[in-house]
Design a protein around this ligand. Sequence first.
Ligand SMILES: NC(=O)c1ccc[n+]([C@@H]2O[C@H](COP(=O)([O-])OP(=O)(O)OC[C@H]3O[C@@H](n4cnc5c(N)ncnc54)[C@H](OP(=O)(O)O)[C@@H]3O)[C@@H](O)[C@H]2O)c1
Length: 291
Amino acid sequence: MAMATWTPSSMPDLTGKRAVVTGANSGIGLPTALELARHGAHVIVAARNPVKGEEAVRQILREVPGAQVELGVLDLADLGSVRRFAAGVDALDLLVNNAGIGLVPRQQTKDGFELQFGTNHLGHFALTGLLLPRLAERPGARVVTVSSDAHAAGRIDFDDLGLERGYGRMSAYARSKLANLLFALELQRRADRAGVDLKSTAVHPGTVATNFMRVGPLQPLVRLLLKSPATGAVPSLYAATSPDVRGGEYWGPGAKPMRASATARSEELAARLWEVSAELTGVHFEQLAAR
Ligand SMILES: NC(=O)c1ccc[n+]([C@@H]2O[C@H](COP(=O)([O-])OP(=O)(O)OC[C@H]3O[C@@H](n4cnc5c(N)ncnc54)[C@H](OP(=O)(O)O)[C@@H]3O)[C@@H](O)[C@H]2O)c1
């Protein structure tokens, strides 16, 4: 018997749950925040631009009158901003590490990291570590990290994290998405070892028509081939709320399981990336120190 496609209408009631969605002002993040709010969660729309963030909050309130939704200002390319944002979050059941920057020319974060790795990976690594004490207080807490099937082309050279030996927009993006996936899987292993009740999963949204996919003159035609942001949010929403999801899984379009590359499944690489990321960000996940 063919299984019916999962849709957000299958989401459980989330009343009393508190969620943070990064990059919730745009693209896949906005319908992710909207559906969580529609199902009763208190949602913090984390956005780097407060004007865009407020507009997203208003849009959610128009769709879902009475929604529990608020803005939090968060620039993942600035560890000071990540710390200020995290300090303002007092209880948390769900963190969706969704924000991302891709395919941009060579740039650096405020702290001097290559921009795509610094924003997509190090910013979310630090944010997750700083919010972990809040998540660990809540039974059934989850962290969903938005990776991409582009991770399969990624490679990490720890001797050249700044990509001084050659910068490619796509290879820098693929590296950051590989780091997202290695992080999501390693977070689950470390939570399990430390006995912390947490489900960490990764998702690939599919190829989605968002600001991210600026496709120039072909846009109207290409857009027809791309998924809508609401469809792109399905894997995140499924991983965030379905009772059938287990920690360490990687979900894709249509809430179907995806396969992580062999590199993404390497425990040795994941452990090294974790140690290097802790060193670079100064965020050490003390609660996950193996007991
Ligand atoms: N679209 C696709 O086909 C596709 C495929 C695979 C994976 N993904 C992943 O899906 C996620 C969402 O992307 P999207 O497609 O929805 O793109 P999008 O419309 O460009 O949304 C990206 C979001 O991230 C935010 N962001 C960027 N840099 C940030 C920073 N330094 N601090 C805080 N927020 C920041 C953006 O804020 P601003 O609005 O201020 O720029 C925006 O809200 C990304 O992780 C991306 O890698 C997308």
